[in-house]
Ligand binder design. Sequence first.
Ligand SMILES: NC(=O)c1ccc[n+]([C@@H]2O[C@H](COP(=O)([O-])OP(=O)(O)OC[C@H]3O[C@@H](n4cnc5c(N)ncnc54)[C@H](O)[C@@H]3O)[C@@H](O)[C@H]2O)c1
Length: 267
Amino acid sequence: MSVYDLTGRKALVTGGARGLGAGMAEALARAGAAVVIGDIREELGQATVDAIKKTGGDAAFLPLNVTDDHSWERCVESTIAELGGLDIVVNNAGVEISSLVVDLDPDDIRTMLEVNILGTALGIKHAFRAMRPGGPAGRGGAVVNIASVAATIAFPGIAAYSATKSAVDRLTRVAAMESGKLGYAIRVNCVYPGLVPTEMGNQLAQDMVTLGLFPSVEECVGAVIGLTPHGRLGEVSDMADAVVFLASDASRFITGAGLPVDGGMGM
Ligand SMILES: NC(=O)c1ccc[n+]([C@@H]2O[C@H](COP(=O)([O-])OP(=O)(O)OC[C@H]3O[C@@H](n4cnc5c(N)ncnc54)[C@H](O)[C@@H]3O)[C@@H](O)[C@H]2O)c1
């Protein structure tokens, strides 16, 4: 059996209703895992589940607001009941609200802090509680957090977002340290995706024009590609395959790591 094979594993992907999270859920299911998509967008999430099932994958949708501790409790409990265990948690849900520093809006910053930092921190907490020895899932496993290339470079217009993604990076390292020291048998890693033209990625490029940082979306995208040695934008599958790697036994001795999946943009 391939070390990338996830047959028998149970996975929860936050923010899996659309975009990168949907691609990650699909890739995990293709690798053999049974997947729950946890998201606030129920209809979209159910449509993604239906698409996975159509290709023979095992998937279900559960409502989850990652900023709410009780929502996490309910979702993890229901995931274990639905799938019969939990081995993989992908903390992917995130929001990006662009702004020049001089115009930063406290409410927008709070929203990003809540979803990107609090949401990821609670995700790690509940993954640990469920998956550590003695927990209701109890077999150890892997947590994969989705940071961003924004945590590794300085791009204009995304100061607060970049700060939240740097925080995801640190959460990952400290959580991996605690898990190792306390014998949880849970690896914790993060991915730094480059720009991918999902709804979030496309909106970001549009915002750069609105903020007066680039004359057009094409020039903004061109500038990002120019900063990328590999010479293209990211694709959903680039990120999804990296998540499968970090969730699988192929990465069994990797923990506390941040994996850039950005065509070299952040090096
Ligand atoms: N697209 C990019 O260029 C890019 C680059 C680097 C990092 N990322 C990160 O990748 C992740 C996914 O990005 P995307 O491009 O797919 O974004 P997206 O906006 O297309 O999808 C985000 C998903 O998260 C869900 N979500 C938002 N708030 C939530 C909450 N409180 N609880 C549960 N679910 C919630 C949304 O409903 C949606 O399904 C994010 O963490 C983002 O910051 C994206």
